[in-house]
Design a protein around this ligand. Sequence first.
Ligand code: HEC
Length: 493
Amino acid sequence: MSKFNFFSRVASKRVLGGAAAGFVGAGTAAQQFSSQKQARIQEDANAEFNKGYGYYDVVKLPAGCTEGFQIKNNYPIPNQVPAASASRKLPPGPLPGPDLPVPSLDPLDEARWLEVDFRTDPEQYCKLIKEYCWAGNSNNDFNIHKNKFRDWYHAPWMHWNPNGREPINGLTFERPTPALELSKDQHVLRQAWAIGFYNAIGASVFGQIWKDPGNPKWDSHVKFPLGTCVFKVLMTEATEQEVPCLKGAPTLQAVIATPESAAMKTASKRKDHAEPLRLLQVDFAVRDDRIPVGPDGNGWVFGTFMYNGDLTDQDPWDRIIPVGLQWGSDPQLTPTAAAAGEKPKQSWINPDADALLTKLGGQRADLTKRWGVGGRLNGPVDNFKSACASCHSVAENNSKNAVELLPPKDADESTFMRWYRNLGPGQSFSGGDNWSADHSLQLMTGYTNYCLWKNSANGLIHKAKVIIPFSTAGREQKVLEANSRPLRSEDVD
Ligand code: HEC
């Protein structure tokens, strides 16, 4: 039984219990009232599911702007996606690019990176994924509705959160980057905002859970199929003067948080106008279980790119260099082992990206703060106290908003290493009936947002961190507080 059903059951028991103690017939009226209310909640949930942006009064279109971000959420349901066969040989031929039509094949046929060994040729692996993600997107400012080559989708319910989607391009608040972190010339805290996209195979998982958008069902561990590719563009408020490698960076417009709000690590107060943000980082994750899940890998390959304005590619979106790849969390690499000089074996870091950070001369030039924990992969705007695969390993059906992305500050080594396990599909971070989200933090975040929304619509008490009182104003205030933490990291020094 999912936790979510648990809440509904508590609700109906309470109403029925009151009726049983009272008058004959009142039970039917109460039941009727309760089912009318549930029907209304489902209708509202359906409307929220289709919203591109909008969180109370926090997020709205700036004056004079008539059209905002639209979500693409007509997810395929699993049996509409051709079954992928792991042993299938990929066909020879050119990659689909801006001038080539995409053949309508089994989507796995396009996953050309699965032909490449990411340990021996990581740059080629990154290149094939970048071309796949860029085709029809980079020339349309990542408005996936305009992509004529391939279907991409947005994750649902990423809007309903103080840090949720802004109204122009649907970006979410990622992380405040403290002064001097990116470069020696970055003198103030700057905001990073991002948007992610799932290919059709990956989006079929959303199609399954949200088959009935007003009444989602998540009652088992999920597994993203082979061929899944998801990527994310991360845009920064920092300028070229502050971070010289941003020279000539492509931009996306966004209505971001006020500086005061961002300094409090929340985007619950937004500016009243849009401004350009610059491309700094591109993340991706692809299902690739050629290394079986276990001590040597987690069934995914995470990767990241960084913008480098010294590159001369004509299209500025192409001026990105791979930072690295990560296919597991190195579960043996304890802080003690790392301090003794042991290096990760499940991350590859590009020496050119190291050189770029050294040149920028920010706090990231320091080897201990450069990428992720113990030398594992992380991106330039990420918290160096974490790493891609470990932060993502916590992804599960987090209906009580109780999951922590990072270990507690005072964690002993064995507690700390819980965040560095290679968990496969079917193994959730917390165990029990906390269903695994198979490393998808957007699936987790969106579902948590939905659960908080639904509990607040029901006027129920949220057991974990949120006590939602019964007055509307108080309720909204508490929800604001409950969600007020940056999506990517809550721990900024
Ligand atoms: C401290 C935690 C944290 C770290 C470290 C982190 N991420 Fe994420 N990532 C998130 C959260 C939270 C989301 C969902 C919300 C969002 O999209 O902003 C996310 C979303 C994503 C997505 C969209 C798909 C999904 O899982 O929801 C991709 C792809 C991704 N991250 C890749 C990476 C890569 C690659 C790295 C390392 C370079 C990385 N992440 C490091 C927290 C983290």
